[in-house]
Write a protein that binds this ligand. Structure first.
Ligand SMILES: Nc1ncnc2c1ncn2[C@@H]1O[C@H](COP(=O)(O)OP(=O)(O)OP(=O)(O)O)[C@@H](O)[C@H]1O
Length: 565
């Protein structure tokens, strides 16, 4: 990579208008005041050596006490301290908001993306991008760029002051700075390459760690914890190796800058002292000159560190940008609300669905009319769950058609279908919110309705046993529920919502025999007005709901319409 591309890529990759726009919402004013504070702070810092030179002059010339000059110096100190502190505070507040804005924005977009897309993300990697990459990506705006602006201004002011005070000394110093600047660029170039690779290795490690923790129990149950620990160790090794190299290159930055500035300080004292003895330079000018140089040291160090930090942030922006580029455009807020569909007639014709992995599921033709309850049966892997995700418009068919009341499921009608066709999937777990929220999931069911249903399901004792009733929070810091109790909450959501169509994938999983029977009665009641399609392998449920649709038979009968038994 050439130096030009190196610099251009930094600007381009961090200039992601849409992401930045969302991040800065509500933070722009703080940010503007923060920048103003940085500019004021830099200006007053650079004025101090000049004022000290004037004070020295005044002492040397008259021996008197220069009250006005000392007052100006004190004011410069005070303004400098105030401006720097308040700009740090404002940047800190703005960055907090930026991080949360961006997290919420991306999380909402992932949630609103079509299911087939959001389900294809690696959960751990997604978590890393939202949790770790965003704080790293925001750093340039709230720390690095202000540091660069503030430091560059101080360096420019100080260099100008030095040039005016003694140009021969300054030219010598600039030559030294150029040599060390080139050395610094070599280090930064290596750092850039290692930072990107290290970020990927870290993400591979933490994604796997997330998966292992998520599957802790199944892994232990299968005594696969050693294997998992070994795999984790291997990934940690990669991350550590690249992390060490990153630390190595990063730690070279400071010595390069420090040695350069120390050589500058010593050189100025030696050469300046010599010039004073020869009468080529005033003592007060050497004092001011030396002070300019001292004031330049810290901004120069900051500039070196800031350039290094940008490389790491760059890698994070790249990961966020690739995530955003896979998401569909944001839905227009003015799009008309969908009309009610209340579907009761369902048909599928020559439907296939191809998973991103390339696996194609072929499904036979199907025609069902509601209200009523049907059981969808078939061997493991025959495509039952895939079919339900297509019927509920979570996925769209790769070929063929799914129609509800003769309306084909398409990107345009998907929202309409999803509002009326409710799918209870196999992959489900309670959320760490209250029991009430787990049942309602955003719907306004009253406590009386919930408790009346609990009574019909003979679950009143369970609800009574909760420490805070419906307000009990589920999760590590709240109540722990059994698999069956969690399952009951989801089933209750469906029964309370009474959607026109309910697709239930193994609803009875983990439910005890009595609860299963009571839930079945409620489902039968729901089926008086709704179309209910169940996936089940449970003999008692297959007997209770005798209308069966066999998936293999459907596929074999393709393309003719399958009969229900
Ligand atoms: N996320 C996925 N990615 C790739 N292939 C998938 C995915 N989900 C399912 N499949 C494939 O699609 C086929 C049908 O799977 P599906 O889960 O629909 O079957 P099922 O009849 O519901 O099985 P089960 O009774 O075991 O739940 C299987 O061959 C499976 O490998």
């Amino acid at each position: 990579m050439t130096w030009r591309r190196f610099c251009v890529s930094t600007v381009q990759r961090t200039d992601m208008t849409s992401l930045r726009h969302h991040g800065f919402q509500g933070a722009r004013t703080w940010y503007a005041f923060g920048i103003a504070g940085t500019l004021i702070g830099s200006g007053t810092t650079a004025a101090q050596p000049y004022l000290v030179g004037r004070v020295t002059d005044s002492f040397l010339d008259s021996g008197g006490f220069p009250t006005a000059l000392l007052g100006a110096l004190a004011a410069a100190f005070a303004v400098d301290a105030l401006a720097s502190t308040s700009s740090r505070l404002l940047f800190g507040l703005a960055s907090e908001r930026f991080v949360l804005n961006l997290r919420n924005h991306l999380a909402r977009r992932v949630l609103e993306a079509p299911y087939s897309q959001s389900s294809s993300y690696d959960r751990g990697d997604l978590n890393n991008r939202l949790v770790e990459d965003i704080p790293s990506a925001q750093q340039p705006y709230f720390s690095t760029y202000p540091d660069i602006v503030g430091s560059a201004l101080v360096v420019i002011f100080c260099l100008s002051g030095m040039l005016v005070t003694s140009w021969p000394l300054t030219l010598g110093l600039l030559a030294l700075l150029v040599v060390f600047g080139l050395l610094l660029l070599v280090v930064l170039r290596r750092l850039n390459q290692v930072a990107a690779r290290s970020r990927v290795a870290e993400a591979r490690y933490s994604s796997f760690l997330y998966e292992v923790l998520y599957n802790l129990m199944p892994l232990k149950a299968l005594t696969a914890e050693r294997w998992a620990a070994g795999e984790l160790g291997a990934r940690a090794g990669d991350a550590r190796y690249l992390g060490n190299r990153l630390v190595g290159y990063s730690s070279l930055i400071l010595p390069v800058v420090n040695i350069g500035t120390q050589l500058g300080l010593v050189g100025v004292l030696l050469a300046g002292g010599y010039m004073v003895t020869r009468g080529d330079l005033e003592t007060s000018a050497l004092v001011a000159y030396f002070l300019y140089l001292v004031y330049m040291v810290s901004p120069l160090v900051s500039l070196g560190i800031a350039l290094g930090d940008l490389r790491e942030a760059d890698a994070s922006w790249e990961r966020l940008r690739t995530l955003e580029s896979t998401l569909p455009p944001e839905p227009s807020p003015t799009s008309p609300s969908p009309h009610a569909l209340s579907p009761t007639r369902l048909a599928t014709r020559e439907v296939t669905y191809t998973y991103p992995s390339g696996e194609t599921v072929r499904l036979g033709d199907l025609a069902l009319t509601g209200p009523g309850t049907y059981c969808l049966v078939g061997d493991n892997g025959s495509g039952k769950s895939t079919l339900l995700s297509l019927l509920s418009a979570l996925r769209l068919p790769t070929s063929g058609a799914v129609t509800w009341n003769d309306v084909a499921v398409s990107p345009q009608t998907a929202l309409q279908v999803r509002q009326e066709v409710l799918l209870l999937t196999q992959e489900r777990d309670a959320l760490s919110v209250t029991v009430r929220d787990n049942i309602c999931l955003g719907q306004a069911f009253s406590d009386a309705e919930i408790l009346a249903l609990a009574e019909r399901l003979d679950a009143q004792d369970f609800f009574r046993s909760l420490p805070d009733g419906l307000d009990s929070v589920i999760g590590a810091e709240g109540v722990g529920l059994s698999g069956g109790q969690k399952q009951l909450l989801f089933v209750m959501h469906v029964l309370l919502l009474r959607p026109p169509v309910a697709l239930l994938d193994e609803f009875s999983a983990n439910l005890d025999a009595r609860t299963k029977t009571l839930v079945s009665e409620e489902i039968a009641r729901l089926a008086d007005s709704s179309l209910v399609l169940l996936i089940t392998h449970d003999e008692t449920l297959l007997e209770r709901f005798p209308s069966h649709v066999e998936l293999e038979r459907l596929a074999a009968a393709h393309p003719s319409t399958a009969e229900t038994e």
